[in-house]
Design a protein around this ligand. Sequence first.
Ligand code: NAP
Length: 252
Amino acid sequence: MNISLKNQRILVTGASRGIGRAIARQLSESGAEVIIHYNTNAAEAEKLLNELENPAYTESCDLSDVNQVIGFIPKLVKKYGPISALINNAGIARSASDTLPTKEWVMIWQETLQVNTTALAILCKDFVEHALIHQNGRIVNISSRAGFRGDTTDYLAYAASKGAIISLTRSIARHYGKQGIKAFLIAPGFTRTDMAEEILSKYGEKFALNDIALNELTKPEDIAPMVTLLCSGLADHATGASIDINAGSYVH
Ligand SMILES: NC(=O)c1ccc[n+]([C@@H]2O[C@H](COP(=O)([O-])OP(=O)(O)OC[C@H]3O[C@@H](n4cnc5c(N)ncnc54)[C@H](OP(=O)(O)O)[C@@H]3O)[C@@H](O)[C@H]2O)c1
C-alpha cells in the first residue's frame, strides 16, 4: 500500500514537541505541506521545520486565549491557501488535587477545558466552514484513553476535556459526511513525551510498563502512522471512529 499526501496542506497543532512533532514529521515525509503550530516553543518548531524536506511553515497561537484562536484558521487559509486536514493534537494535562481550594481548582479546570476542548472546537468549526467550500476535508482529534476510561482525581479536568471531544468528533462525522467532511478520533494511552514525564519521574518506568500489555512504552512515532493513514483518504469509511492506541492497557 502506497500512501501519498502530495497536494495536501495539513495543520498540526502542538507540533513543536511530543506526539504532534512525530505526526508533523511523518505527514511531511509522506508528501504533505505541513503547518507546524506551536505555543511558546518557537525554537523547537523552527528546528523541526529545518529538518523537513517538503515545504512547511511554523505558526504560533496560544490556545488558552480564545481571541487568538478565533480567526486562526481563516488567517492561515488566506496566507497559505486551502487546508485539506486539521490535526488537533495540542493539549495540556495539569494536575489539580481535589484538596485544592475550589477557587484554585476551578482555574485549572477552566484552563484545561479552554485549551483541550473550547479551542479545539473553535478550530473544528472554522475548519468545517472552510472545508464545506471545497466539499472535502479531514479532521483528526487527539483525545486520550482518559476520555473513555476516566482518570485519577488529580486529572478530573483532563479526562472531562478529552471526553467532550469524543462526542464533538462523532457529531461532525455524522452531520457533515455528505458534504465531504470526515472526522476521526485517536485515543492514545501513556506515551513517552514531556507530558508523560511528570508521571514517569513520580512513579517510575516499571509502574507504567505494568499497566500495558506490550513490553515497551508507546512512543510518539507509534501514534503518527495512524494519522497519516486517516489523512490519506484510504480510511474514509471509518469516519466517526475512535481509535485506541494504548498498548492494550484499556480495551473497551
Ligand atoms: N503523552 C501522553 O501520555 C498522552 C496520552 C494520551 C493523550 N495525549 C494527548 O496527545 C496530545 C499531545 O500530547 P504530548 O504528550 O505530545 O504533549 P507535550 O509533549 O506536552 O506537547 C504539547 C504540545 O501542545 C502545545 N501546547 C500546550 N499548551 C498550548 C497552548 N496553550 N496553546 C497552544 N499550544 C499549546 C505545546 O506547544 P509548546 O511546545 O509551544 O509549548 C506542545 O507542542 C495532547 O492532546 C495529549 O492530551 C498524550
